[in-house]
Ligand binder design. Structure first.
Ligand SMILES: *Cc1c(COP(=O)(O)O)cnc(C)c1O
Ligand SMILES: [Zn+2]
Length: 446
């Protein structure tokens, strides 16, 4: 391929390549794509990143938690020091995406988990302008949409994707269509999409049905898909681990822990680590832990051999696709629908499952599940530290606790947990605290 950046199929047997301006989110055979770069970034950039946004220079791309790292996702192939060129290409909400997110110690969470406070870091991605980590990847996906001249962006959403897409689309003056599973979106998220002027399309069914319809409509009506199967979403989300690693002076932790939905985050963390390790920027590879809800546990079931006894693996790019198909057929046949109050991860068919498997393979990752009531405890104990997160993010907290109890995470391990979004389901904390049986409940005085 000409130029530095291009798209490449993730399937090593297929390996089809496309120019960077292609709008295919999949290769011609239906496999996922990666953004690839020929150039190897110099490690000197670590110092440049550290100084950006700190000199009172008033450059939004240096304040942005995404574009501060723009040399590591320079698919626009711009002169990254040329501010005028950055302004023309890079989509940013005045530098707000990723700006406020970094890892914190939270003592009440660490005593709940029973890990030393020094070893536990939690990174609240809810402090993004639309309230979730999705803004990291949406900034980069909408940048690519703009680069190819898209007039309309399209997504299916469990809520936060639509809020983020709507926000950036409004800011850029392009149209945004949002496909939602009717009646299954937290009102706080849906209202954001309306507020930002998105066109809502209600789909009878669940998220997986909404995604299918949005992909079909995008193809037929010239829309640009911004779901996480879009490889440019993955590029922006690489900055989530970048910020954690930078804060830890590029000393890799032992673990990075995410809630697992469509597995965009897992995929982007895996890609970020693969690249950093290849360039020699990190010497150790952190292990990724993915936490599924018990009610939407596709990855856990397949990875842990709970379906037909086979543990699904990346297997050097030859995963057992038939096993996945059989699992989905089984769900359909039995009428099993993903079900959890943590709607952000209520996903039965994780669109990025193969990239997720690759990430788990590279990092010797693990997958586990937690219950709804555990996630609510996780969410609530984060609140007691003065930080806000939503129920799906609580999965990171209780997932770490569970893996520690199982001695998969060791007592002395350094752990970074990602808190993916802020609370948008106003009644969840109210209901939680009004029930004195809940572990962290502080019921009202009458
Ligand atoms: C989208 C979302 C998730 C799931 O992330 P994936 O990348 O799809 O696995 C988890 N938590 C929150 C708050 C989200 O918005
Ligand atoms: Zn392919």
């Amino acid at each position: 391929m000409e130029g530095d950046a291009y798209l490449k199929c993730i399937d090593p047997q297929c390996g089809l390549e496309y120019p960077i301006k292609s709008t295919n989110v999949q290769c011609d055979k239906g496999h996922l794509l990666d953004v690839k770069y020929n150039n190897k970034p110099s490690e000197k950039l670590k110092d440049i990143f550290a100084n950006r946004g700190k000199m009172g220079e008033d450059i939004i791309f240096n304040e942005s938690g995404v574009w501060r790292f723009r040399e590591l996702l320079n698919f626009c192939e711009i002169d990254t020091e040329n501010v005028e060129e950055c302004s023309r290409f890079l989509v940013s909400l005045d530098g707000a995406e990723g700006r406020q997110s970094k890892p914190y110690h939270m003592t009440k969470v660490s005593s709940f988990i029973e890990i030393s406070s020094d070893n536990l870091w939690l990174q609240p991605e809810g402090y993004n302008p639309s309230g979730s980590f999705k803004d990291n990847g949406m900034a980069s996906a909408v940048t690519h949409a703009k680069m190819v001249g898209a007039k309309k962006i399209v997504c299916a959403s469990t809520g936060n994707t639509s809020a983020s897409a709507g926000m950036f689309a409004a800011n850029e003056g392009i149209q945004c269509d949002v496909y939602i599973p009717a009646g299954q979106i937290a009102p706080g998220k849906l209202s954001q999409a309306y507020q930002f002027g998105a066109q809502i399309v209600e789909v009878n069914g669940n998220f997986d049905d909404a995604l299918k319809q949005s992909l079909d409509d995008a193809k037929n009506y010239d829309g640009y898909t911004v779901n996480s199967i879009n490889p440019f979403r993955i590029e922006g989300q690489k900055t989530i681990p970048y910020r954690a690693l930078e804060y830890l002076k590029w000393e890799a932790p032992d673990w990075i822990v995410y809630p697992g939905g469509a597995l965009g985050n897992t995929s982007s963390c895996g890609k970020a680590l693969m690249e950093l390790y290849e360039w020699g920027w990190i010497k150790k590879i952190p292990r990724i832990a993915v936490i599924n809800s018990e009610g939407a546990s596709t990855l856990s079931d397949l990875y842990n051999g709970e379906f037909q006894g086979e543990e699904l693996r990346w297997n050097q790019g030859k995963p057992n696709i038939d096993l996945i198909t059989e699992y989905y057929n089984y769900l359909d046949k039995e009428g099993i629908r993903p079900k959890t109050k943590a709607t952000a991860i209520q996903i039965g068919r994780p669109a990025n499952i193969l990239k997720g498997l690759r990430a788990l393979d590279f990092t010797k990752g693990v997958v586990t599940t937690v219950s709804d009531s555990e996630m609510l405890d996780g969410m609530s104990v984060v609140g007691l530290n003065g930080f806000d997160c939503e129920m799906a993010s609580g999965a990171s907290v209780v997932g770490i606790k569970k893996l520690l109890e199982e001695e998969i995470i060791k007592k002395d391990d350094v752990v970074v947990g990602i808190l993916t979004g802020r609370q948008k389901d106003a009644m969840l904390p109210v209901d939680y605290h009004n029930n004195p049986k809940n572990r962290f409940a502080i019921p009202p005085k009458i």
